[in-house]
Unconditional design. Structure first.
Length: 380
């Protein structure tokens, strides 16, 4: 898997210079047109009808075009923040071909995400665009599942009597020490506008000379320090939970893109603090602890902003128990989970009975039944 494969598969070209136009000496080449927005292939033909303002229909693949292993999928667009769904789902089989030895191409697997991140940055710069995304992927290969995550999406394993997290979320709060260490090594990244130290609250002028709690890159707990004038600068990491922000700008610290992102009204770049390297979790499906009724649920942050992993597992167990004979139950479960984020009046019967909570973000959900996989028979 190389950058050329990535460009051809997702960008429709083999290299950045292949634009289908010949360059004339002395004449500037017009900027290329950004690729048209499109939905996942498995949703083509779904939801083509006009959407009324304010409506947020939930879409799933057509029943006559099921996903592999009868995997369930559903999505809903955000509450009019953008014209299109900002999540982009992919579900497809991959193949590995035997090649002649001696090639160094295999080494590119080790730096794949960094390389493709550079490709995205070059594309965005060429097209005059600025954007970024998180990424969550699950690969089934020779009886094992590989879960790679860079960002704040989440994958969980739902079992009969428990739930296991298969990914970690990367936010300014969870990666505070890494970010602060970068600021320690490269203080110019702060442009003399931010302080790398974290405090329980924003400091004011009256705090100068007083002792307050603080944390630095080498500290898991809190210590005391006497406030200096430099400590009054805006913190590199500020806020808690979903409100935590990097440089007061970004809520995630790993992902792809955002090469042109800068702090509002400044030339301070955010990208140097971001990482495109995912965390990879490997699960052996041959282990006795993996049951035939276990499922994996992958979802973007729009779901997890409203429901905890335990609540999602509770909904899944209850729903699947009541619909064991329904061959489309996994897609219906994905829809039911999204309904949970849309307010109490839209929740189907048999799911959680609780106060109304609404996610205004895009929400995308995969439900993957493990018992459908042909264990030990190669990869997909």
């Amino acid at each position: 898997m190389t950058s050329d494969w990535f460009r051809k598969r997702f960008l429709g070209k083999t290299n950045l210079g292949d634009r289908g136009q010949e360059q004339t000496p002395g004449r500037s080449t017009p900027a290329p047109t950004p690729p048209l927005y499109c939905r996942p292939k498995f949703l083509r033909g779904v939801g083509l009808e006009a959407r009324e303002p304010g409506q947020r229909p939930v879409y799933s693949p057509a029943r006559d075009h099921p996903l592999p292993w009868h995997t369930g999928y559903a999505e809903v667009i955000n509450a009019e923040k953008s014209e299109f769904n900002e999540d982009q789902a992919v579900c497809c089989p991959l193949s590995i071909r035997r090649r002649e030895g001696g090639s160094e191409e295999e080494q590119e697997w080790l730096i794949l995400c960094q390389e493709e991140d550079e490709v995205i940055g070059q594309e965005m710069e060429t097209m005059g665009q600025s954007s970024g995304c998180t990424a969550l992927a699950v690969l089934y290969l020779q009886g094992k599942l590989y879960v790679a995550n860079a960002g704040d999406s989440r994958a969980i394993l739902v079992q009969k009597h428990g739930v296991m997290s298969l990914s970690s979320e990367f936010t300014p709060e969870t990666e505070r020490q890494r970010i602060q260490y970068l600021a320690f090594v490269y203080p110019k990244l702060l442009a003399d506008e931010f302080t790398r130290l974290e405090f329980p609250r924003r400091l004011k002028g009256d705090d100068v000379g007083q002792k307050v709690l603080y944390r630095d890159y080498g500290m898991t707990g809190w210590g005391y320090k006497r406030v200096e004038k430099a400590d009054l600068k805006y913190p590199l990491v500020h806020g808690q939970g979903r409100q935590a922000r990097l440089l007061g700008t970004l809520a995630v610290t790993r992902g792809l893109g955002d090469h042109q992102l800068k702090v509002l009204d400044t030339d301070i770049e955010v990208k140097p603090f971001l990482s495109s390297i995912p965390q990879v979790h490997v699960m052996d499906l041959e282990l006795p602890s993996v049951g035939k009724d276990d499922i994996i649920i992958m979802a973007t942050d729009g779901l997890w902003d409203i429901l905890s992993s335990e609540q999602v597992a509770q909904v899944a167990r209850s729903f699947l128990q009541k619909n064991r004979g329904d061959p489309y139950r996994f897609s219906e479960l994905a829809q039911a989970l999204i309904y949970q984020t849309q307010g109490k009046e839209t929740i189907p019967q048999g799911t959680l009975d609780r106060e109304s909570l609404v996610s205004y973000d895009d929400v995308s959900v995969f439900v993957i039944p493990l018992h459908k996989m042909e264990r030990g028979n190669g990869g997909s």
